[in-house]
Design a protein around this ligand. Sequence first.
Ligand SMILES: NC(=O)C1=CN([C@@H]2O[C@H](COP(=O)(O)OP(=O)(O)OC[C@H]3O[C@@H](n4cnc5c(N)ncnc54)[C@H](O)[C@@H]3O)[C@@H](O)[C@H]2O)[C@@H](O)CC1
Ligand SMILES: Nc1ncnc2c1ncn2[C@@H]1O[C@H](COP(=O)(O)OP(=O)(O)O)[C@@H](O)[C@H]1O
Ligand SMILES: [K+]
Length: 478
Amino acid sequence: MRTAHTVVQVRAAEAALMATVPDGTLMDRAATGLATACVDFLGGAYGVDVLIVAGSGANGGDALYAGARLARRGARVAAILLNPAKAHAGGLAALRSAGGHVVPEDEREDAVARADLVLDGIVGIGGKPGLRPEAVRVMELVQRYDVPVVAVDVPSGIDVDTGETPEPHVRAAVTVTFGTHKVGLLVDPGASAAGVVHLVDIGLGPYLPDPVVESLQASDVAALLPVPDRTSHKYTRGVLGVVAGSDQYTGAAVLAVSGALGGPLGMVRYVGPDEPARLVRARWPEVVAGEGRVQAWVVGSGLGEAPERAEDVARALAGDVPVLVDADGLRHVLGRCEGEVLLTPHEGELARMLEVERTDVTARRLHYAREAADRWNATVLLKGATTVVAPPSGPVRVNSVGTPWVATAGSGDVLSGICGALLAGGLSPLDAGSMGCFLHETAGVLASRGGPIVAEDIAAALPDAYRFVREAGDAESA
Ligand SMILES: NC(=O)C1=CN([C@@H]2O[C@H](COP(=O)(O)OP(=O)(O)OC[C@H]3O[C@@H](n4cnc5c(N)ncnc54)[C@H](O)[C@@H]3O)[C@@H](O)[C@H]2O)[C@@H](O)CC1
Ligand SMILES: Nc1ncnc2c1ncn2[C@@H]1O[C@H](COP(=O)(O)OP(=O)(O)O)[C@@H](O)[C@H]1O
Ligand SMILES: [K+]
């Protein structure tokens, strides 16, 4: 499991750890990990040009100490000091004694043009969102000369606790973060600005409280996946009721059922108009049409806007089994929910539910997913490149495994099916949503292999994703 903590939590843990170790130990560990990550990124240190952009805080100090290590390994290291009078004294002395030098103001452009790598040590967890004009000017040069950036702890300028990027910020190829992930590294748009995130262990673990954000890895998903045993039969494995599709949107019914059958359940019941029911049974003869006992419901994909379908949603929500509500069904989730409910909007649907602009949801994904979870007393899965799954209380899950090829019509219908299958298998809305998303995106990766796919391909690859996750879990725990 990847976990992320707030700045306040990190600062408290650092203070507790620092009281137990000699001065400078943490920065030493951070700088060592950072230098190693730079060498890995560059494929070596000897003869490369590394340019440090350092602010006045400890984040700049980390970058300068790492620069000293790289210089000792044969790199040519230069530093742009954004505030020379307040530069980190220890870091600067270390860099100078290792042979690094400070770039004079009129040579900054040359230094950027020459660099193989820029180390962003402008601000870390002490930074307010945004960059001061001088930092903006330097980073514009870095962008113009297309120099890859390794961010120290966080890409400077993002809102570290939310992942929001309302102002200018650094875009990194790699972010080397210390002690624990920061929330803004796992949630978009901050996550996109961070690039590949590499965690350096500085010994913070025992001092960290429960995280505010978590991200399941294959072994976590594997540990939670229901697997039948010798005593299982179709009813103990779970029966899912699917209320999806309409005469207008027949495909949604087939795709939601396809997603469900790619999950670990025993049986699917389809409830809907004659035409989609006929198509579902033609494609999947094992599906039973009509009402009956179920362990969970999926309602909403392709229901259309007919008012009578509102009753289908209300009936499922009034029942005593978990319910997933997707797409058109979300229009009919009126008051606070009772029982176990998973809502799966994309950004446009969540914007409509909360009566805000879609661009606001894009900019503040964590904020609005949490707000909706609180307002509807339900777990809210906000779809996208980094999916956010916010329960009414407790840590939020995010998923960044996947491929943009999954963004294809009907893909969300398949997602509703696989998440519903996991609900029917007895998992909580939080687990079902976050595991379903992981399996759905993994299926997308396996089906796509870098090329275009359609929603049916994702559904067809779900059993492979299931096997892949179980094997990866076995390998990680071996
Ligand atoms: N505290 C610790 O024990 C450790 C801290 N570490 C490093 O220390 C960092 C935190 O250091 P600090 O608390 O000194 O804070 P930072 O270095 O993050 O930044 C604080 C400084 O930046 C200025 N600043 C704030 N917002 C700005 C903006 N938008 N643009 C330009 N300047 C801005 C402030 O005036 C302040 O001087 C971490 O991110 C990490 O890199 C690591 O060395 C690991 C150990
Ligand atoms: N850039 C992306 N990278 C990975 N997955 C994505 C990306 N954009 C969207 N997705 C996923 O694709 C699916 C799209 O679902 P949705 O928007 O409901 O589409 P539809 O209504 O056509 O089924 C969701 O699972 C979402 O998380
Ligand atoms: K930084």
